[in-house]
Design a protein around this ligand. Structure first.
Ligand SMILES: [Mg+2]
Length: 235
């Protein structure tokens, strides 16, 4: 059956966060070999993702300024790696990471083809993303996907984060389509896939690492353009 509208996640789905993360961490390894030189990239990535998730959850609740969150994230990142930042303040490390991260932003594989294909078929499209509206809008513009979607709905707009029904409802409503006819594409099993399925919408798991974790619940794609036939559209 053809979908009535496409709802799609931003971070780690349309936006290739992992690519930027790797660039940010590579900059830290290159500039602070005394701190990070002996560590494997994988180890740094894992610690950074854990720190990011923890600080993000706290920050979203408290509404803290972005610069404070970046500094807190770097502090926690160093603690997880048991690194003592001799002489290099977390705020300085956060700044270096941030510059490399921001300079390398790009859309995920197949993102543009998916959005253009859906558009050409007249399918309304809304980005559904947890986070602050201005931050997510700027990001979507930077990676070139903002002009290809009809709506951007954030947890700030909905007053609730995924998997809460309210954010999906607002997005489908903006598209003028009942939520039951919407299909949500996202990388997060709990928030995107199960969240959408629990509301009666369809779901596609974006799984570029081919983890296969969501296979029982929803079809999975490793390249976003592969979702076109699953939406009932021709690729
Ligand atoms: Mg995501």
């Amino acid at each position: 059956m053809r979908a009535g509208c496409l709802l799609i996640d931003l971070d780690n789905t349309l936006f290739d966060h992992r690519h930027s993360l790797r660039r940010g961490l590579a900059a830290l390894r290159a500039e602070y070999p005394e701190l990070f030189g002996g560590m494997k990239p994988r180890q740094l990535e894992e610690a950074h993702e854990r720190a990011l998730a923890a600080v993000y959850r706290r920050g979203m609740r408290a509404g803290a300024p972005a610069a404070d969150l970046a500094s807190a994230r770097t502090q926690l990142f160093l603690e997880l790696l048991e690194i003592e930042a001799k002489g290099a303040a977390p705020v300085e490390l956060a700044g270096r990471y941030e510059r490399a991260y921001l300079s390398e932003r790009r859309a995920s594989a197949g993102a543009e083809r998916l959005l253009r294909g859906a558009r050409q078929s007249g399918l309304p499209i809304a980005i559904v993303s947890d986070g602050r509206r201005e931050v997510q809008r700027e990001k979507a513009a930077a990676i070139g996907v903002l002009p290809l979607v009809d709506h951007l709905v954030t947890s700030e707009d909905a007053g609730a984060a995924k998997p809460d029904r309210r954010i999906f409802e607002l997005a489908a409503g903006n598209c003028g389509v009942p939520l039951e006819l919407a299909v949500m594409i996202g990388d997060d099993l709990e928030r995107d896939v199960r969240g959408a399925l629990a509301c009666g919408a369809g779901a596609i798991h974006f799984d570029p690492a081919e983890s296969g974790r969501g296979a029982v619940e929803a079809p999975a794609v490793v390249d976003l353009a592969a979702a076109l036939p699953l939406l009932g559209l021709t690729p």
